[in-house]
Design a protein around this ligand. Sequence first.
Ligand SMILES: Nc1ncnc2c1ncn2[C@@H]1O[C@H](COP(=O)(O)OP(=O)(O)OP(=O)(O)O)[C@@H](O)[C@H]1O
Length: 271
Amino acid sequence: MTLSVSSMSFAYEKDERVLRNLNMDFSTHPVIGVVGANGCGKSTLFKLLLGLHTPTEGSVNWSQQPIDYSKKALIEHRKNVTLLFQEPDQQIFYTDVYNDIAFSLRNLGVAEHEIEQRIQRALELVDGKSFSHKPIQYLSYGQKKRVALAGSLVMDSDYLLLDEPTAGLDPNGTKQMKALIRSISDLGKNVVMSSHDINLIYDVCDYVYVMSQGEMVSQGEPQNVFLDKHFIEQVGLEQPWLVKMHQEFGMPLFRHEHEMVAGSSLIKESI
Ligand SMILES: Nc1ncnc2c1ncn2[C@@H]1O[C@H](COP(=O)(O)OP(=O)(O)OP(=O)(O)O)[C@@H](O)[C@H]1O
């Protein structure tokens, strides 16, 4: 099942296009990153992929067919594509964890015993069992983020869109999220994520789209996309530290920190 956009533009206000002529295929790699400076249109793109807004031109496609914006078709589309919003409060509606996570499934008429099973599985995945009995207003930001993620995971959709999944998380929370993204991908799901944490993007994404002022200005595998320092800085980003180590200190170009640690003997030789 493929998710893509073709020749897609979008404007909130007439004549003010915030997305311009985007062509992107999100089915080519298991984990795809969308990066760009503040306001370049990442969250807007994700909302369009979910069918929350209608393109001004072009289309969002599911299995190569433009999506249908009727209420019934959108309910079906959102079984296939789920979005974790940047702010957990944007998708938490209940005061208790269980009912909040169950919300979308109940809307779809899923049987209670299956809801129970899916919630337990999702809570295990997000490591949320220890706080699942607490009222949501007492949870920390990171815990709320995990509740929101569990609410997305129970949908068991083919595509999970993660808008800034580690924003506001501490280093441990970021590490857990990174592991979680891998687990979700290992389950055969497609992950599309945005993040300002360029090191996270470099580490977990198999392919990257770079956006600037509503346009897609570069795409490719992370080790290629981030090589051009001048270009990356021009679009308001910075190079991942492993790429900097490669370019500034002549180290081999590692994709992951653990590769660098394992290759430390190689590094010593090159210094
Ligand atoms: N509801 C809205 N009405 C009008 N303009 C909006 C609305 N939401 C976003 N915008 C504008 O659309 C542009 C893209 O915003 P968007 O939130 O998609 O960017 P982003 O890349 O996700 O930014 P950030 O990295 O800061 O989260 C911005 O210029 C923003 O001001």
